[in-house]
Structure formats: structure tokens, C-alpha cells
Write a protein that binds this ligand. Sequence first.
Ligand code: ACO
Length: 378
Amino acid sequence: MTEKTLIPGLEGIPCAASSVSFIDGIAGILEYRGYDITTLANHGTFEEVAYLLLYGELPKKDELVAFDAELRANRVLKYPVLDIIKSLPSTGHPMKAIQAGVAVLGAFYPVDDLNNAHEQRLASVRLIAQLPTVVAAFHRARQGDEPIAPNVELNHATNFLYMLDGQIPSAVISRTLDIAMILHMEHTMNASTFTGRVVASTLADPYAVVSSAIGSLTGPLHGGANERALEELREIPSVDAVDEIITGKIERKDKIMGLGHRVYKTTDPRSTLLQGLCAGVFAERGSAEIFDIARKVEEIATGKLGHKGIFPNVDFYSGILYDAMGIPSDLFTPIFAVARVVGWLAHWKEQLIGNRIFRPTQIYVGHRQRPFTPMSDR
Ligand code: ACO
């Protein structure tokens, strides 16, 4: 019998062959379907990059027009789905609402043939189109407000912001969210994507796949670090106080939220792009000291921890950015989900090709063959 070795967290163990995205954590490279993330963020739109991830190629003009039209036409939630969202406790975290909302969608839209390209397209479009509507409907319901119907005139990112408060955002804010969502769409075999692939491997439908992946994203070790990074930055009173506070944390070996990454040992390329987006939003909305504080934290921390490969990750600037855009902090992780659903769906489709159900093994460390003791003798 060969000796089995336990690898906690399956660290470094490949669990799929994938052509969806690629990371070189040493060089700081992230590519979707072979295209560099910076190029996609600078030149692509949410709709275009979503098509790329789902179908493997950049869309031709007519393909993009058709895909975009399908997304716009599928944003509206059925009334019973809205009723379920409205009946959820207003104090609950929005991630619970979107996980429940997506699971419920599966009851209304059964998928008969998972391998049928038309059914795959319908389900993918519905999930991408309706997730923002679920988030916005819950956000409004918890404040006692009626949901705002999606506006077909607006693109995906703009319509999402519009459904939150009924205001059409400026072009800068709208494009900022568009890019931020491109940056969050996909990231190889992270915990939620792995979760989604495991569920997909059972031939569960895509609504079950996505709601399970959302459940995985609710954990603070995966989604949620951006909320905590923002909280930590808010605790620093001024730029002048940064050096002492950050040096103290480093000396005490405290983890600074938004820094470090299991894969990237240099600056996460998404962090650089998000930092640039912050500058654009603050130029429109007036400068905020928290951005200057964050830049100083980055300078001090990377100066002292850079040799260990500790640099800003995607969560370091995203919280500051969303906060500056007026988005409540408990919607940061839901926005992550609104974007990442595209990656989950690309992996769902990929998993179905030559699928084999995930069934790892274990190293048993418990008792064996124990005699049963009657209740009277225990
Ligand atoms: N602040 C200060 N020091 C750090 C940090 C940090 N954020 N992260 C790692 N270090 C230090 C560790 O103390 C350790 O030092 P040592 O060698 O002297 O003991 C060294 O750097 C290596 O750290 P590890 O924990 O081994 O690195 P690992 O790759 O396992 O951890 C992780 C990565 C979990 C992301 C970690 O950096 C961390 O906790 N960061 C803060 C939380 C965070 O921002 N999470 C979001 C990640 S991105 C995402 O999930 C979307």
C-alpha cells in the first residue's frame, strides 16, 4: 500500500486543466484567455471581457451586439423571486440574499440538457444579467425602498449603479466600476471557483454551481478582505501617523489587510490598476486623505516587507475605491460576486467537457472496529 501524504488546502496540487486564465505570481502577470489583464482593463468593456471568458475569443462586433442585447433583455427578476428577496431579514448580510436569490432562480429556470450550447448560453446570460438586480433589490428592500427596474438603455455596470439609488452615475464612475468588475471576473483556481467546479462535476445545474460558489465567497478568508482593509485604513488618523502604526504592526507581526497573496509575490497587477482608478474617482469627487494614507501604508509596508514578497493585493485599493463611489461596505463582496460569476460560469462550461466527478480521498485518523457499549454501561 502506498503512503498517502496530506497537503492541507491542496496547496500546489492541480485539480483541473484550464484555459480560462493564467497567473505568473513572480512576474505579476494575470491573463484571461491569453490576454493581459491591463490591456483588457484599458481597452475592454465588462460585456466584451465576459464574452471572451465564456467563449474563449474576443467577440466580433455582431457577436458583442447580440450578447449585450441578451444581457440587457434578461435583467428583470420574476415577481416571486423579488418577493423572496423582500422577505429576507433586512439585517442579514447581502451575500446571504444573493446566494438564496441565485438558488431560487434555479427553481424557475430548469436546465434540461447541461451540454446543450443554447441552454448553456441562456443560463449564463440570465445569471450574469440578474445577479446585479438581486443585489440591488435586496439593498433597496432592506432600506424599505421599492426595487428600481433595470434600464435597458444602460450598460451592465451603469445599470447596476442606477438600480442601487436611481441615479445615473457620471461617465467616470460608470467606467470605473466597469473596469473594477473586469479585474474581479476571474482568477484561476481560487476557493469559490474550485467550489463551483466540484459542484459542476456532479452535473448539478449552473444555478446550484453559482450559489455554491457564492457561499464559498462569503468566508472572510476569500471575499471580505476589502471591507477589513478599508476598516484598518480608517483607523489611521493621518498620513503622519502611518509610519509609527505600520511599523508597530510589522514589529508585532500583525497581518496588514490588503497586503500579501498566496500566489503573487510582487504587486498584484489588479492593485496597480485599482490604485489608478482611485486617483480618477478622487479627481472627480474631491481628494480624500484615506487614499494618501493608503499610499503611505503601501510605501512603508513594501519597504519593510517587500523582501518577503508582501505587496498590495486586489483588496487593498478596491474598498477605498468603492467607498469613494458611495457604495456601502457590505456590498463590496456582492460586487465581487457580480463580476466573478463570469469566471465561475466559464469554469462550469469547461468542467463539463470530459467531466469526471470530484472524489478525492482522505487520510483516516479515527478509531476502528470499536465495540458498542450499551447506554446503561456508558
Ligand atoms: N502583513 C504583514 N505581514 C505579512 C502579511 C501581511 N498582510 N502577509 C504575510 N506577511 C508575512 C508573514 O507574517 C510571514 O512572515 P514570516 O516569514 O516572518 O513569518 C511572511 O509574510 C509570509 O506570510 P505567509 O502567511 O506565509 O504568506 P501566505 O502566502 O501564506 O499568505 C495571505 C497569504 C493569507 C493572503 C496573507 O498575506 C494575508 O493574510 N494577508 C492579509 C489578508 C488579505 O489581504 N487577504 C486577501 C488576499 S487576496 C484575495 O483573497 C482576493
